[in-house]
Write a protein that binds this ligand. Structure first.
Ligand code: PGA
Length: 271
């Protein structure tokens, strides 16, 4: 449960400062393999991850391999690692060349899908509205979307971080509603920290995570208290513990370091 501690002003707006009175959220660590590897290396990497995960781990673990390898990895995942896609179509079926629908992902045992990753937004021009439509399809078909949000360096330096995050989340709330977050995950990934080796400090991450949680709490406090908010952007074995120990950081979305089993496992098992 979240209790309102007070109110804080930011950028002309007011948001609630919340305090957690009982922690109920499980930690989630998801590897985003991006466009890397091949059939053999994907099998090997996942097999090593599964072998290295203690049976009693308290962390839920997922990986998002390139789409062509997902189905072939189901047996290797052995029900111990969730399989995820790196994107999901905004349509169910039809003449949408190159897209992969939520029903198809569901069909091959894929339980997660990233939506709105900054590389999709920046390189392929995906808008907040398109991301919201993709998210809605994932929700509609029981695939858990991991909604990625985050600001560029220029946006941060011009004090627009919260505004960008507002726009990215508001588009999704407008189409799917706050209740959809019961079946979804949010990943805060500052664009300037992705693949750059420049991680947000634990305090910077916590500030934005707390903002996101308070924003959701203003719509529905219960949803906010159980929502898993992951941090992504140059998470490595040596900074994971500091990031994950922040009260509103519930795990991580890991790019580069998820391609090496030992590094990824160290992050999954961070104290
Ligand atoms: P990175 O990528 O860990 O390599 O910075 C994170 C991501 O893009 O999800």
């Amino acid at each position: 449960m979240l209790e309102v501690q007070g109110k804080r002003r930011y950028n002309g707006g007011i948001y609630l400062v919340l305090r957690e009175s009982n922690m109920t959220r499980r930690r989630l660590v998801v590897g985003n393999w991006k466009m890397n590897g091949d059939h053999a290396s994907s099998q090997k990497l996942l097999a090593e991850i599964v072998a290295g995960l203690p049976a009693d781990t308290k962390t839920d673990v997922g990986v998002c391999p390139p789409a062509v390898y997902i189905a072939g990895l189901a047996a290797t995942a052995a029900g111990r690692v969730h399989l995820g896609a790196q994107n999901v179509a905004d349509q169910d079926a039809g003449a949408f060349t190159g897209e992969i629908s939520a029903p198809m992902l569901k069909d091959i045992g894929c339980s997660l899908a990233l939506v709105g990753h900054s590389e999709r937004r920046a390189i392929y021009g995906e808008t907040d509205a398109l991301v919201a439509a993709r998210y809605a399809k994932a929700i509609g078909h029981g695939v858990t979307p991991i909604l990625c949000v985050g600001e560029t360096l220029e946006e941060r330096e011009s004090d627009r971080t919260f505004k960008v995050i507002d726009d990215q989340i508001d588009a999704v709330m407008a189409t799917s509603g706050v209740g959809s977050l019961r079946q979804a995950v949010i990943a805060y990934e500052p664009v300037w920290a992705i693949g750059t080796g420049r991680t947000a400090s634990a305090e910077q991450a916590q500030e934005v995570h707390a903002y996101i949680r308070s924003k959701i709490a203003a719509l529905d406090a219960d949803v906010a208290s159980t929502l898993q908010i992951l941090y992504g952007g140059s998470v490595k074995a040596d900074n994971a513990a500091a990031l994950f120990s922040q009260p509103d950081v519930d795990g991580g979305l890991i790019g580069g370091a998820s391609l090496d089993a030992a590094s990824f496992l160290a992050i999954c098992l961070a104290p």
